[in-house]
Design a protein. Structure first.
Length: 297
């Protein structure tokens, strides 16, 4: 069995890769690896100063642009200004189990950022995307349910982990429905998904009650997980490997926590085409962004 590492990434010269949330964690690691292989890499980040600090650690052609996925006006402005072709879009940015808060447009923060922001960005950029869209999900999708009756936690007692699971399940449903729509449109673009396993990224920053359990989380990740570079490998595999659309890549080791990337399974809920279609339609209504008319880039 072939083991995929960063050295297996083919030459990326002449290609443009856009990575959201690339100022830290697996996004930064993926961007660094692709830039080192010759890609022009655009770091789409909320904090431009941190983005520039990250870019300074990379070799090659690296650019920083501001994008706040928790604000649809920022997403629209970014997409309007980004007029050049994109070979690969990596929807990496995300938030994980924060205290309850809302986006600029009133959505629950995790659903609004992890799903709706990327949903809008992808569809707005899609006419300029030439090869792939990679969306980063999580093993946490298995605990998720799409609560159509209350997607934004307006009537239920807020449970941060359940909201996170909903957003990560949405990433996989979005990927599958996007691939179906691309295929029907006759587009060569492929939609992929990946998860990093247990990666010790800044998503594990302690907040509130989590400060008490953070040392145990860190110890667990050190034992069963991997660092940012290892966590980025499934994303890189999904971005460059010769695999079919709607593939889902994750670590091949114990409980998918660490190890070289391979194609992995997903929950039955993540394979529900009716739910995926309904989520797409609801997402169009919430964002005001629809699947575009496509033509050759």
């Amino acid at each position: 069995m072939t083991t995929f590492t960063a050295s297996d990434i083919p030459d990326q010269s002449g290609r443009t890769v856009l990575v959201t949330g690339a100022n830290s964690g697996i996004g930064r690691a993926a961007a660094r690896a692709l830039a080192a292989k010759g890609a022009r890499v655009v770091l789409a980040v909320r904090d431009v100063t941190k983005g520039k600090d990250a870019a300074a650690t990379m070799t090659g052609d690296v650019e920083v642009r501001r994008l706040d996925l928790a604000d649809l006006s920022s997403v629209r402005a970014f997409a309007s200004d980004f007029t050049e072709p994109v070979d690969v879009l990596i929807n990496n940015a995300g938030v994980m189990i924060p205290p309850f808060s809302r986006t600029a447009d009133g959505f629950e923060l995790q659903f609004g950022t992890n799903h709706l922001g990327h949903f809008a960005l992808t569809n707005l950029l899609l006419p300029r995307i030439r090869e792939r869209v990679v969306s980063v999900s999580s093993m946490g999708h298995r605990a998720g349910t799409i609560g159509f009756g209350d997607l934004n936690w307006e009537r239920r007692r807020y449970r941060a982990m359940a909201a996170y699971g909903q957003s990560k399940l949405a990433n996989l449903l979005f990927t599958s429905e996007l691939q179906r729509r691309l295929a029907r449109a006759g587009s060569p673009v492929l939609a992929m998904a990946a998860h990093p396993g247990l990666a010790a990224t800044n998503l594990f920053r302690p907040t509130g009650i989590r400060r008490a359990v953070e040392p145990f989380e860190r110890a667990f990740v050190r034992l069963f997980g991997q660092n940012d570079d290892g966590g980025a490998l499934p994303t890189l595999y999904a971005a460059v490997a010769g695999i079919p659309g709607d593939s889902y890549a994750g670590p091949g080791g114990f409980l998918e926590g660490r190890g070289a990337p391979k194609l992995v399974g997903r929950s039955a809920k993540a394979q529900d085409t009716a739910v995926a279609r309904r989520l797409w339609e609801v997402s169009e209504e919430l964002t005001g962004v629809v699947f575009p008319q496509l033509q050759d880039v």
